[in-house]
Design a binder for this molecule. Structure first.
Ligand code: URA
Length: 239
């Protein structure tokens, strides 16, 4: 049975509670999604100065704050490094800071962030119990999609964050985050519903819709809840 708090949170997310929790996740997911994918961050080409492999959070934060590897440094208010528990089991990876994040220096603090917080609570996590980071540490102007050279320039920072965190699972929200991490052109709709393996440590990675997309398409929230259930099973070691 769902407890009262989770029911309230699912209500707040706008999710109807008709999904049976006693069904195995495979049955809740779309069919034919059992293939595991080996994934790595993109290789850094010679012309992009690689981030020093950081072993120290504060050193990495300072590197990011001083970064001028791509043009986004010129228009940012500040870098958005990441936030949360540096010993967290769960890493959430979004795409890039928006206007609110650029102003406040923290990922997912706008309306989409509030929905992300509710989604996390529904999965049993307070925001400060997970780690949240983006593919890009600077805001693309007018919230446009990150450009490939920007993703490449920033990729070493996220790789260092993942290497220091060694999370038990990664939740990737939004297409750009998923396609960057999985090096594929497939949509979130195609990538969700299965557990991918990230990098050499084969960290389990689940893909779901971006909360901003869910705000625009509330009907998709039920699918996102299925993804969160899959994630919870991964974290419990039963998926
Ligand atoms: N969307 C993202 O992908 N990341 C943020 O930090 C905010 C909105």
């Amino acid at each position: 049975m769902l407890d009262q708090r989770r029911k309230q949170l699912l209500d707040a997310m706008g999710i109807r509670r008709w999904v049976r929790r006693d069904l195995p996740v495979e049955a809740l997911s779309e069919p034919g999604r059992t293939v595991k994918t080996e994934v790595t961050l993109p290789a850094t080409p010679a012309e992009v100065p690689a981030a020093q492999p950081a072993t120290d959070w504060e050193a990495l934060r300072a590197q990011v704050a001083a970064c001028e590897k791509c043009a986004l440094h010129a228009s940012r208010t500040q870098t958005v490094f990441g936030t949360g528990d540096r010993n967290a089991d769960l890493l959430i990876i979004g795409e890039a800071p928006g206007a609110d994040e650029d102003r406040l220096g923290e990922p997912f603090v706008g309306r989409a962030g509030q929905l992300l917080d509710q989604m996390l609570l529904a999965a049993g996590f307070r925001r400060n119990q997970v780690y949240i980071a983006n593919i890009l540490k600077c805001r693309p102007p007018d919230n446009r999609n990150p450009a490939p050279d920007e993703i490449l320039a920033c990729s070493g920072y996220l790789a260092s964050q993942i290497s220091m965190l060694q999370p038990k699972a990664i939740l990737s929200v939004r297409g750009v985050a998923a396609t960057t991490l999985l090096e594929t052109g497939q949509s979130v709709g195609k990538l969700r519903g299965e557990v991918h393996d990230f990098g050499e440590s084969r960290i389990p990675l689940v893909v779901t819709y971006h909360p901003a997309y869910l705000l625009r398409k509330p009907a998709e929230k039920a699918k996102s809840w299925i993804d969160l259930q899959l994630l919870m099973r991964v974290l419990r070691g039963v998926a």
